[in-house]
Design a binder for this molecule. Structure first.
Ligand code: PHE
Length: 358
């Protein structure tokens, strides 16, 4: 085969391979095969010296044409392939902006919080303010300023979570019998906020204080070591038990409906005198007695009473001028009463199937 024919064959082969190439890598292989260091065209150019004087310019001219043709074809095909690769990639990576967005899983307001909010709405509606108080309290606010005697059983480490300094006793319990007013504890009731409210401002005081309280109880269907109360305090001139009763009657009817019976049962609290507990008639059996109300027909929802003069005096309020009443509502109790919850632990398990029902 003459060199001229060989050059023609190189061109045909190269152009055919270029046309067939499906990617940029394939094209580069053609380029190397033709004009790489060991390429076919390179070999012919290197062999030019062996040609005769007439052949040399002819072959040189043709070789240049072949190279130009191959390079032109490579460039054109490269552009084509690059464009189609881009098209493919854009198609593969395309974002469909018309698809609906991914929905972030939404939580649900907790039943206890929505009941607290409802109580806030009621009391704000009759002119009360909402206060917050510390969950970690001193013994003074949780007990002493509430007229609780030093030997009252509720002060014991069995009934109260103390924040104990490890150095205090080998058994990890605070030294018994020593009442330190600055002992730190997790509040067992929201009643300490009464004291904060009386210290913070002059009467008239009309406030509620919702919040978490803690007691060393094993969680079971009827107990949680952490639950919620809404404290209430009114201090003004001429406040009577009638005001207490009118207020709590209105509150109970608002929460449980007009058809519910409400009864006031005498009770004892160190910080109120007289004191009572308020029961609402059982909504499950309507007072006939059932498992839910332990066959009494009634469910207790709150403790209340007239603020003890000692408590007013300790917080700097003159009991000769002012009187007041206080109450503490068990929020979990209200939840149970309203929704017939079989187990209090459902309130802390965070199961959305439970929470979404309310
Ligand atoms: N603090 C009392 C309790 O936890 C409830 C209460 C509050 C009673 C205010 C009277 C007045 O049981």
């Amino acid at each position: 085969m003459s060199v001229i024919d060989e050059l023609g064959a190189i061109r045909e082969r190269a152009l055919a391979r270029i046309a067939d190439a499906t990617d940029l890598k394939g094209l580069d292989e053609v380029r190397v095969a033709v004009s790489g260091r060991k390429g076919e065209l390179t070999a012919i150019l290197h062999g030019m010296g062996a040609l005769s004087a007439e052949e040399r310019p002819q072959v040189g001219k043709l070789a240049n044409e072949v190279r130009a043709a191959v390079e032109g074809a490579l460039a054109a095909r490269r552009e084509e392939l690059a464009a189609s690769e881009l098209r493919q990639r854009m198609a593969a990576e395309a974002v469909d902006v018309t698809l609906p967005g991914r929905r972030a899983p939404l939580g649900h307001e907790h039943l206890i919080n929505s009941i607290i909010e409802e109580m806030e709405d009621f009391f704000c509606g009759i002119g009360y303010t909402v206060m917050d108080g510390p969950r970690v309290e001193t013994e003074y606010y949780n007990f002493t300023a509430l007229n609780t005697p030093p030997d009252h059983p509720s002060r014991s480490a069995r009934d109260t979570f103390y924040v104990v300094d490890e150095s205090e006793g080998a058994d990890g319990l605070p030294t018994t019998g020593v009442i330190g007013e600055s002992n730190v504890l997790l509040r067992t009731q929201t009643s300490g906020v009464q004291v904060h409210a009386m210290e913070a401002g002059e009467p008239p005081i009309y406030m509620i204080a919702p919040g978490t309280v803690f007691r060393p109880d094993q969680a079971d269907p009827n107990h949680l070591p952490q639950f919620h109360q809404v404290e209430g305090l009114v201090v003004d001139k001429g406040i009577t038990f009638g005001d207490l009763k009118g207020t709590l009657d209105a509150f109970s009817r608002e929460m449980f409906g007009q058809d519910r019976q409400i009864r006031y049962r005498p009770h004892f609290f160190p910080f109120t005198e007289p004191s009572c507990e308020v029961d609402v008639s059982c909504g499950v059996c309507h007072g006939k007695g059932c498992r839910f109300c332990k066959n009494t027909g009634w469910l207790e929802i709150l403790g209340a009473g007239m603020v003890d003069p000692n408590v007013l005096r300790m917080s700097g309020i003159d009991p000769e001028v002012y009187s007041g009443f206080a109450f503490g509502i068990g929020v979990e109790r209200v939840a149970c009463l309203r929704y017939d919850l079989p187990d209090l632990r459902m309130l802390v398990q965070g199961d959305m199937r439970f929470l979404r029902q309310f």
